[in-house]
Design a binder for this molecule. Sequence first.
Ligand code: DAH
Length: 344
Amino acid sequence: MKLYDKLDEIRKEAEEHIRLVKNLHELNETKAKYLGKKGSFSEIMKLMRDLPKEEKPKFGQMTNEAKQAILSYIESQRIEIEEEIVNQQLMNETVDVTMPGKSFVVGNAHLLTQVQEEIEDLFIGMGYELMEGPEIEIDEYNFEKLNLPKDHPARDMQDTFYITEETLLRTHTSPVQVRTMLANVDKGPIKIICYGKTYRRDDDDATHSHQFMQVEVLVVDEGASMADLKGTLLVLAKKLFGEKRQIRLRPSYFPFTEPSVEVDISCHNCNGKGCNICKGTGWIEILGAGMVNNNVLEACGYDTTKYQGFALGMGVERIAMLKYGINDIRAFYTNDTRFNKQFK
Ligand code: DAH
């Protein structure tokens, strides 16, 4: 009888221990204390040998039942403790969405990029393809194929940074025209816009920079005409400087175009009345353009009895300066964020 009482006592004691357990470590210790090799249940099994033979199976069965009950109690406690751990973790990791956030400094595209993209968007919208070319260019593409043979006096118009006798920093984006025409193997129509950095040996001042940006447009097609060029220029002028703008073409000279024109817009500041921005004339020069010189088309493999072309090229800084009233070109390059922030 005493052994039955002892079993009962151990079971109650174990249950009480398990109930009070606070963490997994304590739970494991409790499990070892009662169910381990040297635990209370092993002890009591040893005492079984003192029981009469016929009592043994019954006591054995009771002991096993008690062990099972203790084991399942331990496991249910384990699940509870583990859940509690997860809950605690979730609590600790809760994000307080009402807390004020960290503020980030959000930049904006450089003004030159903005103006460049505005021009690009206009032409891409009219079906032009965007092209690029290298800043280190060969003399042949920068000059020779553009109807500027060596020793041509017009080379002086663009004072050049030479790298070797045959390589240079491109002085304009016009060599992209050459590259595009040469790459076009079936010598069919072309409609491209390109942009990029260009370089000239100028002394930097308020209106000159040894590195600047150009955007250039080229169309080659059967029957491409001066009227097409004029229409294109008007659309461009209106897009950049407002719907009221008019354009005026003045005869000019570029070796790669014939005829060549200098394009003026009616002053966007005074609407043509005359002010300090247009120097009282009512007109502002914005870019150069013309019909592609046959020598250029032929140098790039085009049949000039069939194809004509027109082209235009402009300095992005000049456009941006006029548009936003900036009076020193160096403002684009000094990387003072206060300058750029004004054009968000
Ligand atoms: N390449 C000329 C320059 O940098 C600008 C220019 C003029 C480009 C007329 C053209 C053009 O494509 O047709 O001064």
